[in-house]
Design a protein around this ligand. Structure first.
Ligand SMILES: [Zn+2]
Ligand SMILES: [Zn+2]
Length: 898
């Protein structure tokens, strides 16, 4: 459905869709904008244009329409107290990491807090009715506007006013009346200044009318009435109608303060402190002029650099004023905004990375650093984090708990960026043309090069306005798994015995049997789910090889046969396998909580897998685990095992469970059912989980981490075993260790022996040399060394290839021999690993004719390798061990002739 079509249809019947009691009581007139024709409601007789096209657009800058001034924190107190005195419950914000929705990484609006997806349907769960919530909402598609437009934030506080029309809640009339009174009575804006613009909303199969309310051209909020479902030709009223009023708290503060930008009044003293640090000369008259023009031009141009250019011209700013005032201010605004978003996201358990929602966070931190580098701003990031958390404390005291964790993560991530700069420089230096938006996305996704870095390096002058929206599109929502369809229609839900008495032997009726699959009326076979592998066993004598759940029907896969529909069969679950899997499953919970308590609050279960003889838990963590961390995690886990804690299972209504335990229960992902099964290990761990668990942690006996590995950016895998498998593993591991240490000892002994031999040789060598040189004419043998002495004045030859002699021996002996007998040629051959090596020495008087180098070359050829050297000394070798004798013979022939 097209929004325009809905709007034109609704606008033809304003009585039905837009007119509320307030309009009647206060004498609001319905008008059509002379510029854009949109319909709006006002009590100002003279108004002719909608808020977007009026002359008073953004005239509150420098001239706020209220007597009272409220900054961000105070503005929330005003809003909260107004709604509380009008019967609303004030609810704490929900996490910005949207754990309860499968299709979103981050909470993008207050209404998301209360939406739960069940199948293809969105259902609402309100903890109170009516309610108001200061919901921090993250939006990354306008990132290039942040810091520049004066009003865009990467995260903002959406004031959520929600009501279900029933005995407690209200519908349109009261909603608009409250919003009007909030603006006029509580904030003190003149009634004439409030304009309501007709609009519509549609999404997720439902739609309705909405009224946006503006003051001086600034949209403060939008009251959406979720009312219908169907399509425009045929629609009906929803069973569950919802008031979804969302307003920007930042804008409420801004309108009362009238500062040049919303950034000037929404970060407490932080903005002015930073501006002071940099010594920018802030000429407030000039800033009012410039940012008012920015606001006006923003509606007129699509491209941000056009908006900027025109604002500079209209405000009459010089280039110097832009460079010295506006550009550094934009940088400061961006930095403060991005840090606030990172604080919320990291506090709620998200990590900067190159996957999923982490992309946006990494991008923001890199923008902060690039901006500081580009503008030579020397801010201390940790100081800025402290200042923000201090300021947010009144509204969001929970951030205190994660103060240090946020700093840790940001420091690690900033270092990582610094370390990658050299590589980025190389990549950038290879760019030979101006990158397109797609190039920019590729550069960021595959190499981590941000467009801000390119801007800093002056490769591009502006970041294309579509870059962030494209990137955010790619990474805002999670991919949904496609579910395979099987014809199981008309079958009743399978009764799950494993959630009840959990018998390992039971009888059941065959409701359906096709191919190798069978559906029973009841089953004790655990169906694959939550990372837990399915049970095995037998049904009617056939082996069960797989069990899966399709909706609420359990499908068993059998091996080697089919059974008859209507029969009653006896079933046996392999209880040993189930026990082992169960221990591994409970160990997963224990290790997850242990990891969080050892490593930090950012640790969440990313995924898990529990088989009979091994299991793994993937956690979100920034770096690979150190040996010390692994030991600590394992020790903490085993202390939980040793304490023999009770594992209890309770079923709660989902809303109650969330309120009672928080969103940490969704470690294994969202639970698409109304009643959640909460598994608690005393006060150590609480999770929503549908798996099988031990009753006491002592049953696990032992948890042993076998391996850890960083499997992707921000995710570490912990492989482990538990129960008897762990005991056996440790035993085997001890045996392995013993063997290893024995091997080490042997090696040490061998080394010692060699040292001894060398020493012995040193002592023996002079005697050996003497014995050799004293040999008579002919072939002699001295300690396995063959000595051929010829007539005086002719070459002599000496060779050794006994295994007891090593390199050191041959070199020592060869040198000494040719010194003592200048007519001597020495050839030593020995094994060195899988090679045969040859060492040749040639005495001074024979060296000219019988060069050591030539001999080594020839000998090496015989051995199947290569060699060479000088006249006096040479070496070489080869791999052919069978040619050792041939090699010696070759050398001998070369020296002595035939
Ligand atoms: Zn208009
Ligand atoms: Zn579990």
């Amino acid at each position: 459905m097209d929004k325009k079509e809905i709007l034109s249809k609704f606008s033809t019947d304003p009585e039905r869709y837009y007119k509320v009691k307030l309009f009647e009581n206060e004498g609001f007139m319905r008008k059509s904008c002379t510029t854009c024709k949109r319909f709006y409601w006002t009590i100002d007789e003279n108004r002719v244009n909608c808020p977007d096209h009026s002359d008073d657009t953004y005239s509150f800058i420098g001239n706020p329409p209220t007597k009272k001034r409220f900054d961000y924190t105070q503005a929330w107190k005003e809003v909260e107290s107004f709604f509380q005195k009008n019967g609303h419950t004030s609810v704490s914000r929900y996490p910005v990491v949207c754990r309860w929705r499968d299709d979103l990484y981050f909470t993008i609006a207050s209404i998301v807090d209360f939406q739960r997806v069940m199948g293809s349907k969105v259902v609402f769960e309100f903890p109170a009715n009516p309610l108001v919530v200061p919901q921090t909402s993250l939006r990354f598609k306008d990132l290039e506007n942040v810091g520049v437009t004066g009003r865009h934030f990467s995260s903002f506080c959406m004031i959520g006013q929600h009501s279900i029309p029933n005995s407690q809640g209200y519908w349109k009339d009261e909603c608009v009346d409250l919003d009007y009174r909030l603006v006029t009575e509580q904030f003190g804006v003149d009634k004439k200044e409030v304009v309501f613009v007709e609009d519509v909303w549609e999404g997720g199969g439902s739609f309705g009318s909405s009224l946006e309310f503006f003051v001086k051209g600034l949209e403060l909020g939008n009251a959406v009435f979720t009312e219908f479902q169907g399509d425009l030709t045929n629609y009906r009223t929803l069973d569950q109608q919802i008031i979804d009023m969302g307003a920007g708290l930042e804008r409420f503060a801004w309108i009362t303060m009238g500062t040049p930008t919303a950034y000037d009044c929404c970060f407490g003293p932080i903005t002015s402190n930073l501006i002071e640090q940099t010594g920018i000369d802030t000429n407030s008259e000039l800033l009012v002029r410039y940012f008012t023009e920015i606001a006006k031009n923003f509606e007129r141009f699509n491209d941000l650099s056009e908006v900027r250019k025109n604002a500079i011209k209209s405000a009459g700013l010089s280039n110097e004023q832009m460079d010295k005032i506006i550009t550094p201010l934009e940088g400061i605004y961006l930095i403060i905004d991005h840090i606030r978003t990172l604080i919320f996201a990291i506090s709620d358990g998200a990590l900067p990375s190159n996957v999923g929602g982490g992309y946006n966070l990494r991008m923001m931190l890199r923008r902060i650093i690039s901006t500081m580098d580009r503008l030579s701003l020397k801010f201390d990031i940790n100081d800025m984090i402290d200042a923000q958390i201090d300021y947010l404390n009144d509204t969001y005291p929970e951030l205190e708990e994660t103060r240090e964790d946020v700093k840790t993560i940001i420091t690690i991530e900033a270092d990582r960026y610094e370390n990658s700069k050299f590589r980025m420089q190389k990549i950038v230096s290879k760019l030979n043309q101006k990158p397109t938006v797609d190039d920019l996305i590729r550069l960021y996704e595959s190499d981590g090069v941000t467009p801000d870095y390119l801007k800093e390096m002056k490769v591009i002058s502006d970041i294309p306005s579509t870059f962030y929206s494209k990137l955010s599109e790619l990474h805002q929502s999670k991919k949904q798994k496609a579910q395979d369809q099987l014809s199981l229609e008309g079958l009743p839900e399978t009764e799950l015995l494993y959630y009840a008495d959990d018998p390992k032997e039971f009888d059941a009726k065959v409701l359906k049997s096709f191919n190798q699959y069978v559906v029973l009326d009841r089953t004790s076979f655990y169906a694959r789910g939550g990372g837990q592998e399915p049970d095995h066993g037998t049904i009617g004598g056939f082996d069960v090889v797989d069990v899966n759940k399709h909706g609420n029907i359990v499908l068993h896969e059998l091996k080697g046969g089919a059974i008859k529909e209507g029969d009653t069969v006896s079933c046996i679950v392999d209880s040993q396998r189930r026990d082992d899997i169960t221990k591994n499953h409970t160990s997963t919970h224990i290790l997850n909580s242990s990891s969080r308590s050892v490593l930090g609050s950012w640790v969440w279960q990313h995924s898990a897998f529990k088989e009979e003889d091994h299991a793994r838990l993937d956690i979100t963590h920034h770096s690979a685990l150190t040996d010390d961390e692994i030991v600590k995690i394992e020790n903490l886990a085993n202390s939980v095992v040793d304490k023999n804690m009770s594992v209890t299972i309770e079923n709660f209504d989902r809303g109650t469970a969330e309120q009672k335990y928080g969103f940490k229960i969704y470690q294994g992902g969202i639970v698409p059912v109304k009643s959640v099964r909460i598994v608690s290990i005393e006060d150590f761990d609480t999770e929503a989980c549908g798996g099988t668990h031990v009753k006491k942690t002592g049953e696990i006996k032992l948890v042993k981490i076998t391996r850890t590995k960083r499997i992707q950016d921000g995710v570490v895998r912990i492989e482990f075993v538990s129960g008897d498998t762990a005991l056996n593993y440790t035993k085997q591991h001890d045996v392995d260790l013993a063997r290893e240490s024995a091997e080490l000892k042997d090696k040490a002994k061998l080394k010692e022996k060699r040292q001894e031999q060398k020493q012995e040789l040193r002592e023996r060598l002079p005697i050996l040399v003497e014995n050799i040189t004293e040999c008579k004419i002919g072939t002699n043998n001295v300690d396995e060394i063959v000595v051929d002495i010829t007539e005086p004045g002719k070459p002599n030859f000496c060779s050794a290839m006994n295994d007891q002699y090593d390199e050191f021996f041959h070199i020592s002996l060869g040198e000494r021999l040719i010194e003592k007998d200048p007519l001597m040629v020495y050839c030593g051959i020995f094994e060195d690993g899988d090679r045969i090596r040859a060492i040749i020495y040639s005495g001074e008087q024979v060296g000219k004719d019988k060069k050591a180098g030539d001999i080594a070359k020839a000998v090496s050829e015989v051995l199947g390798g290569a060699g060479g050297g000088t006249q006096r000394f040479a070496q070489g070798g080869g791999k052919d061990k069978s040619k050792k004798n041939d090699a010696i013979e070759k050398a001998k022939t070369m020296v002595l002739g035939v």
